[in-house]
Design a protein around this ligand. Structure first.
Ligand code: NI
Length: 143
């Protein structure tokens, strides 16, 4: 009796305690996930690893200047081309390129045509960093 109530409070199936882990163990396909949304500058979470999230974003046009005071930010270009402007230089990223923006560094991403990218960053990072505005997106939107 005690065992059953403990199991229920943890929402674990006593017959198969790994149910939640099994759900997380589904294969994820980036192209399939990218087909599920079309808005720009609005990151969608597709997976978590420890405290980090993998997010897909479609970008087009100019983003805003911002920085992330507490964390680096990883950009991986899946399809298309993008730029990241810094105070003294601009980096051009093509399909297959990856870039780590160090924490605290001012940056402004942009893409002339739609570009599909993946971000890797800790849970809770706000896309516009230290600035709030129209392009500030909701966090933890899973697809
Ligand atoms: Ni950023």
């Amino acid at each position: 009796m005690l065992r059953v109530s403990v199991s229920r409070s943890l929402e674990v199936d006593p017959l198969y305690p790994y149910t939640k882990e099994r759900e997380r163990m589904e294969k994820i396909n980036l192209k399939e996930k990218l087909s599920k949304f079309s808005d720009h500058w609005s990151p969608k979470v597709i997976a978590e690893m420890n405290d980090y999230q993998f997010k897909l974003v479609k970008i087009k046009g100019d983003f805003v200047w911002h920085n992330h005071e507490d964390t680096d930010e990883v950009f991986i270009v899946i399809e298309g081309k993008m730029k990241i402007e810094f105070e003294n230089e601009t980096v051009e990223l093509n399909e297959g390129d990856m870039y780590v923006v160090p924490k605290g560094i001012q940056h402004k991403p942009s893409a002339e045509n739609e570009c599909k990218i993946m971000l890797v960053e800790p849970r809770g990072v706000v896309n516009t960093g230290n600035t709030q505005g129209d392009l500030t997106a909701s966090n933890d939107v899973w697809i």
